[in-house]
Structure formats: C-alpha cells, structure tokens
Design a protein around this ligand. Structure first.
Ligand SMILES: [Fe+2]
Length: 126
C-alpha cells in the first residue's frame, strides 16, 4: 500500500520518487512496477550508513554515518533529509562533498528523524 513519504526506485533506469500525496494508483517506470525502498537502520557492514544527528547553535548537523561514508563517483550519499513529522528539509550531495548536511531548524532535537540515500547501499533512517 502506497503511503506518504515512501521512496520508490525504478530498477531499470534508476529513477527515484518520493510520495507527497497518495492518489491510489501503482507507481510504474520503464513499463514495470517501482520498488519500495525499505528504510534500513541496522549498520552491520564495514561502512556505516545510519544518519547521526547532532545539535548545533541554530539547528542540526546530520553525519553519515558514525564513521564518515565514502563520497566517490561510484558510491556516495546522494541525499540527506530531516523530518520532524510535519516538515522536511533535504540536502542533495555530490561525490567529493563531505557526507554530512547542516539544517537550520526550530524543531526539538528529540522530534527530528533523518534519512539518507547511498547510491550503492540504499535508504537508511535514524
Ligand atoms: Fe554505502
């Protein structure tokens, strides 16, 4: 069942979409159903992906992850997002950037969650 904020990926061309409003249809791309990406939170591999949220003087900084993630052409963090439930902010990253993003927010730190998308290892949430 499609739900708001879910992220879907086309396994043919790589397009990714986020659901802003549920209309009821099926999401398709390249003539096949798009895959719902699971939000992983179990860091067991060598590279760490779960976003780490730290408070700053005017908001938060989100780092990926507990050990800095690679930011190479073939493997990098493409998006970091924070949400307090009602509002979201996204930062789009490029290879060579630091695997982190700063956000100005008035939300309480305890109400903020973060997601990130790794181009090799998928979607992660804290
Ligand atoms: Fe990765």
């Amino acid at each position: 069942m499609i739900a708001q904020k879910q992220i879907y990926k086309c396994n043919v061309c790589g397009n990714m979409v986020e659901v802003l409003y549920v209309g009821g249809g099926e999401l398709t791309c390249c003539n096949q159903a798009m895959e719902l990406l699971a939000e992983k939170n179990d860091d067991t591999g060598m590279e760490k992906h779960v976003p780490v949220i730290e408070e700053t003087t005017d908001g938060v900084i989100v780092k990926v992850g507990s050990v800095a993630h690679p930011m190479e052409e073939s493997h990098y963090i493409a998006v970091i997002e924070i949400s307090d439930g009602d509002t979201e902010q996204k930062a789009f990253l490029q290879p060579g950037d630091a695997p982190e993003a700063r956000f100005v927010t008035i939300a309480n730190l305890s109400s903020i969650s973060a997601r990130e998308y790794c181009t090799v290892h998928g979607l992660w949430k804290s």
